[in-house]
Each structure stands twice: as structure tokens, then as C-alpha cells.
Design a protein around this ligand. Structure first.
Ligand code: 7RM
Length: 651
């Protein structure tokens, strides 16, 4: 498998700092013990974690019911996520947390709110009652299309309180994308806002919801948070202001006693077809996974201020802005806006202002800051930081070293965490008090996680050869399926190797057994840590009246990791050129959202195809990257096509 042979030759090793290790929640001894238990009996390990880290109304009868590929964890157990994230921090020996900050929120314009656990509890109960008043019952789906404001976390927790299943749609998605997700989930209620602040301006959201809900027969009501004060139209009887309903709502609402396998949320992720997959997560296993990993990997202490910079619209935000930190009783930071607004030092100013201790962010952000210059972080006091994390894509060693030196002042361990929307929580990661790190490697599986790299025949790949990253035992935070599509669930994740989860990533292991994840091996691209299917962009392009055919590939990009390149053949009569390229870019933005907007559009008379008519993406990837085409072109239908694409004179 030459394509997934690693070219990295990174040999630097950073041993865990002794002082950090002494105070770590999980030290070397704990980790060794848990690794042993997790290796021999993942069930016993996770049952121990579920007992120690999660509060249950009634105990489970069976730890794991595994009928491949369908898993049930903590069968028969009853619990409530909002109870774990709120109530248990207000009672008994934890009652001192009542007035501890649960959420430190900062808006882009510089306004801020500090919400204590007691306050958050009241707001969540109020909104739970609001939803009850709108007829929302256990099992109903609620779509959340919101900016990064506290009301988003409140709405999520309120859903969990009454057993409604939330489906969050990232605010950057278009009306069309929102409509499809609302309909697929069958959401009865949409919670949104008039807008949010981005790059110094109000970015309207409500108009997109209005547009989407022209064709969403399932939606009965809409609740709108007033964030920006921009003008919106409110449809009588269907639309309600958040503040008006909340003013009337009671601040007490008992938490529903939910089954461990009750659907907690659906989160859509890009697929390799045009249609996004609704990844389903349930209650007990997910909460056990995110609570345990947040405590162990981020070493969360009661005195910590934890900042995960992800938008809550992505899985990283679900698990490590909201559920993981709050379930641990920690203080979580939420920031509404863009990293460089009003200036390139906004993040560093935030860290200094709130005394952030733990920062969890993405390589694409780190690379952006490298380019902006060291003077911005250096103009702020970042000495509160004690631990750094990375997620979303492979971190190149240069970015790792810069992050360590300039942001971490050389003193903070870095946890490079590999996981997916589908895994629910972190899977492969260093433990900061116990595991030596190598820049660019996510190191070892978390205890109780059975990860491996397999070759085509299903044998563990031998260094230096790479292979496919798989998970060989179910884990508590795993997806329980694709909403409404068990067949696709089976085919997508479980059909490559028997009873083994196929992650879709290429990886290899070094002599220490460390994992080096190299990226997607399927038709998905990772743009700034966000997954976009090539097919999704292609179907958006071909829905434009001037496009005959489109092929989309990724090319390496210094900032976003991958940039989208679209090869387009236009319909007769349509003129190729900058005007059409601009029209296609905005068409894709309208269909999917700005994250899917192609960086380059290349017009061509024909696309390179095999004799059976399959587009040869490998060739297009080389062309897009400006590389000479390597490998076999013997199945290429017409070599002239390739020459024309490259702009060669000879063919
Ligand atoms: C958490 C998240 C998942 C995909 C995954 C990988 C890539 C994520 C890392 C990484 C190398 C990492 N969920 N990925 N983390 N690659 N090292 N530490 O990002 O569903 O949006 O994306 O992201 O390709 O399959 S996600």
C-alpha cells in the first residue's frame, strides 16, 4: 500500500514532565493498571469508569450487549445527562459548586457572561419547561441552528433533561443543508437566533431557517433567541421569542429517568455519497466515554478553566465544550466569534483575561497563528496555560513544535487526540502525566480501546508499511447507527473486516507501537478539520444549470490542510471563465455552506476516466497538487485529457 506509507521521519520524544505527572489525575501507575484491565476486559474497565464517573438512577443489568454491528452499553441502567452535568454539582459534598462558573462565555463584540452551575440549572429547567409547553416529548427530535451563545448549551441540556433528541446543525451550513437535516431527523421544533456576531458583523441565521422551513412539514414551532437585534420576520403561531417564553417558565423540572440506550443526539457528518449521515449517539455509554476521557486526558481539576475552541455544531464541541467538562463540574469557556476579530491576538487576549489553563484546538488554527506572527501571542501573558490539546487532523511536527514553544512556553504537555464524530469521544491520545509524546503522533489508544492498523488481508500492518485504522472491540461512546439507515451503517463501517469498525483513515504504527494517523483514505476531504465529501460538493456543482459534469478532489494547503479543487465541464453554450467560477463558488456556498466552497475551479473539456467510466481521482489529485502523475494510467480512456488538464504541450 504505497499510498499510505508514511513519509514522516519524526524522531523527537518528549517525556512526561515529572511535576505534571505528580499532580495528574491519572499517573503512570493508574494508566498501567487501566491499560491492563482495558486490554483483558474492556467491559470491566468501562463498567468501572461508568460507576466512578457517572451518576445513575438505577444500575445496569448487563455491561455490553454486542450483536455485531449493533452494540448496547449498560443495558437496563437509568440516568440523565443534564442531571450529571448540573444537579449532581449542586448537591451533597459538591454543593459548593453552586456558585462556581460552569460557562464563561465571551461574545465577539467583547460582551461576556459568567454562568454558575446553579444559574445554568435554572435556565436549563426553564427551557425544558418551555419545550414541554410546545408539546415536545421524550423521543422527539429538536433541531438547533445557533451561534456560539450560552443558549445553545442550555437548549442541549434541556433536551437531555426531558429525553428529546437534539440535532445540531452548524450555523455555517446553508438553508438547503439545514432543510435536509431537519427533514431527515423529522424535527418538530427548531431553536435558532436572529443571528450571531462574526468578523465584526451580525451574521443573520433566522432568514436561513425561514427559507429551510418552507419545505419542512415536520416543524411545528420555532424558538428564536435575540442575540444581535437584527430585523427578523416572525411567523404567527409558529415562531416564538426565547426571552418571552423563558420569562414565563418555571425554573424547576425533574430530570427524566432515561434508559442508557435512549437516543441523546443525532449529528450529521459528510458521507462519501451526496447524502450526509445522521450519526446517532445514546445516553449512558456516550456520557461515560466523554466524562472519563475529559477527566483523564485534559487532567480536569476543579480549579481549571478549560477552553475547547471548537464550535458546538461539530462533535468536538458537543463532547468537549459541553458534555465532558460540565459532567466533570469544570469551568468551560465558550467564545462566539472568529479568532482574528477584532485583532489577530483575540484568542491570546481571551486566555489572559480568563486565565485559561487548558486549551484544546485544531492544527488549522495553529497554522493560521504561525502565519500571523509570534508577536501576537507574545504580547499576552499565557502563563496560566498548563496543558494543550490538538484535534481534527494530523498535526504537522512544525506546528506541534511551534504550539509547544510559543503557546505552551515549552512547559505544557500536548495531547494530540484522534477520534471521530462516529466514535463520540477521544480514542487515541497521550495521557499527559504518563505517556511520552512524539510530534505528529497521537501515540496510543486510550485504555479500554482496541485500535489496530490492518493491511488489506486483515493482518496488522508491519512498519514502515501503513494500512487502515480499525477498532476491534465496541466502545461505550460508539455510534449506535446512522439515523434511519441500518444498511448504510453496516456497509460504511463494518463491511471491510469481520466485526471490526473501519474508521476510513490511513495510519501506521512505529516501533513503539505509536499510531501515526495520516488522513482519510475514502472520498472525504478534511478542510480545516471539517469533513466534506467530494460527492457532496460534486452534486452541488452539477445542480447548477451550466455544469455538465464535476469531479472534486483535495489538494494540500498550508493553512486548511486540504483545499477543494473542482474540475468542471460546462454545458454547451455556457462560457468557462472567472464569472462562471465565481457563480459556481457561490452556488456551492448556497447549497452546502462556505466551508465547502472550492478554492480552485478548473474548467476542462473532459474528465479523465477509466474505460468503465469511473473518474480517475488519483490523477486529478496529482494535477490539482501540481505533481507529475505517478503510477498506472493504463486504464485511462484518453491520455490527451490528462495532458490538457495539466496544460502540457506534448501528450
Ligand atoms: C474529532 C473530529 C474525524 C476525522 C478522522 C481523521 C481526522 C481527527 C485527528 C485526525 C489525525 C488527529 N471528528 N482526525 N483527529 N487525524 N490526527 N488527532 O475531528 O468526524 O469531524 O473528523 O478527522 O481523518 O477520521 S470528525
Amino acid at each position: 500500500m504505497p499510498e499510505i506509507k508514511s513519509l514522516l521521519k519524526e524522531e523527537r520524544v518528549f517525556e512526561p514532565d515529572a511535576a505534571f505527572a505528580r499532580q495528574a489525575n491519572w499517573n503512570k501507575k493508574t494508566v498501567a493498571e487501566y491499560r491492563k484491565l482495558g486490554a483483558t476486559s474492556p467491559k470491566r474497565f468501562w463498567a468501572k469508569m461508568a460507576r466512578e464517573n457517572v451518576s445513575w438512577f438505577s444500575p445496569w443489568k448487563k455491561v455490553l450487549d454486542w450483536k455485531p454491528p449493533f452494540a448496547k452499553w449498560f443495558v437496563g441502567g437509568k440516568l440523565n445527562v443534564s442531571y450529571n452535568c448540573l444537579d449532581r454539582h449542586l448537591e451533597g459534598e459538591n454543593a459548593w459548586r453552586r456558585n462556581k462558573a460552569a460557562i464563561i462565555w465571551e461574545g465577539e463584540p467583547g460582551d461576556s457572561r459568567v454562568i454558575t452551575y446553579a444559574e445554568l440549572h435554572r435556565e436549563v429547567c426553564r427551557f425544558a419547561n418551555v419545550m414541554k409547553g410546545l408539546g415536545i416529548k421524550k423521543g422527539d427530535r429538536v433541531a438547533l441552528y445557533m451561534p456560539m451563545i450560552p443558549e445553545l448549551a442550555i437548549a442541549m441540556l434541556a433536551c437531555t433533561r426531558i429525553g428529546a433528541t437534539h440535532s445540531i446543525v452548524f450555523g455555517g451550513f446553508s438553508a438547503e443543508a439545514l432543510r435536509d437535516r431537519i427533514n431527515d431527523a423529522g424535527a418538530k421544533l427548531v431553536v435558532t437566533a436572529d443571528g450571531g456576531f462574526r468578523k465584526g458583523e451580525a451574521f443573520p441565521l433566522k432568514p436561513a431557517v425561514d427559507e429551510a422551513c418552507k419545505k419542512t412539514p415536520c416543524v411545528e414551532n420555532m424558538v428564536v433567541v435575540q442575540r444581535c437585534g437584527n430585523r427578523v420576520s416572525m411567523k404567527r403561531r409558529r415562531d416564538h421569542w426565547w426571552h418571552e417564553l423563558m420569562a414565563e417558565a418555571s425554573p424547576s423540572c425533574p430530570p427524566a429517568k432515561l434508559d442508557a440506550e435512549h437516543p441523546l443526539f443525532i449529528l450529521y457528518t459528510s458521507g462519501t455519497t451526496g447524502k450526509p449521515k445522521g450519526i446517532l449517539h445514546t445516553t449512558g455509554g456516550y456520557l461515560t466515554h466523554v466524562t472519563t476521557t475529559a477527566k483523564a486526558i485534559f487532567d480536569l481539576k476543579d480549579s481549571d478553566v478549560f477552553w475547547c475552541t471548537a464550535d458546538i455544531g461539530w462533535i468536538t464541541g458537543h463532547s468537549y465544550v459541553v458534555y465532558g467538562p460540565l459532567s466533570n463540574g469544570a469551568t468551560t469557556v465558550m467564545y462566539e466569534g472568529t479568532p482574528t476579530s477584532p485583532g489577530p491576538d483575540r484568542w491570546w487576549a481571551l486566555i489572559e483575561k480568563w486565565g485559561v489553563n487548558i486549551l484544546y484546538t485544531a492544527p488549522t488554527a495553529i497554522r493560521t497563528f504561525i502565519r500571523l506572527g509570534d508577536e501576537h501571542p507574545k504580547s499576552h501573558d499565557l502563563s496560566s496555560l498548563r496543558l494543550l490539546g490538538s484535534v481534527g487532523e494530523p498535526i504537522n511536527p512544525e506546528a506541534w513544535i511551534w504550539y509547544h514553544r510559543v503557546i505552551g512556553g515549552g512547559r505544557c504537555p500536548i495531547v494530540d487526540t484522534w477520534w471521530q464524530t462516529e466514535t463520540g469521544g477521544i480514542m487515541i491520545t497521550p495521557l499527559p502525566g504518563a505517556v511520552a509524546t512524539k510530534p505528529g503522533s497521537a501515540t496510543l489508544p486510550f485504555p479500554g480501546i482496541h485500535a489496530e492498523v490492518l493491511d488489506q488481508e486483515g493482518r496488522p500492518a508491519k512498519a514502515p508499511n501503513g494500512g487502515f485504522l480499525v477498532l476491534q472491540h465496541p466502545w461505550p461512546g460508539m455510534l449506535r447507527g446512522i439515523w434511519g439507515d441500518p444498511k448504510r451503517y453496516r456497509e460504511q463501517y463494518w463491511s471491510q473486516y469481520p466485526d471490526t469498525y473501519f474508521a476510513g483513515d490511513g495510519a501506521h504504527r512505529d516501533r513503539r507501537g505509536y499510531f501515526w494517523v495520516m488522513g482519510r483514505i475514502d472520498d472525504e476531504m478534511n478542510i480545516s478539520g471539517h469533513r466534506i465529501g467530494t460527492m457532496e460538493v460534486e452534486s452541488a456543482l452539477v445542480s447548477h444549470r451550466d455544469v455538465a459534469e464535476a469531479a472534486v478532489v483535495g489538494r494540500p494547503d498550508a493553512i486548511t490542510g486540504t483545499a477543494i479543487v473542482a474540475f468542471v465541464t460546462q454545458k454547451g453554450g455556457a462560457k468557462a471563465g472567472d464569472a462562471l467560477a465565481a457563480a459556481l463558488r457561490s452556488h456551492v456556498t448556497k447549497q452546502i455552506g462556505a466551508i465547502a466552497r472550492p478554492a480552485d475551479i478548473r474548467f476542462t473539456d473532459a474528465l479523465p476516466k477509466t474505460r468503465s467510466g469511473k473518474i480517475m481521482r488519483r490523477l486529478l489529485r496529482d494535477v490539482a497538487a501540481g505533481k507529475k502523475t505517478a503510477g498506472d494510467t493504463s486504464t485511462l480512456e484518453d491520455l490527451n485529457v490528462l495532458a490538457a488538464l495539466r496544460g502540457d504541450d506534448e501528450s
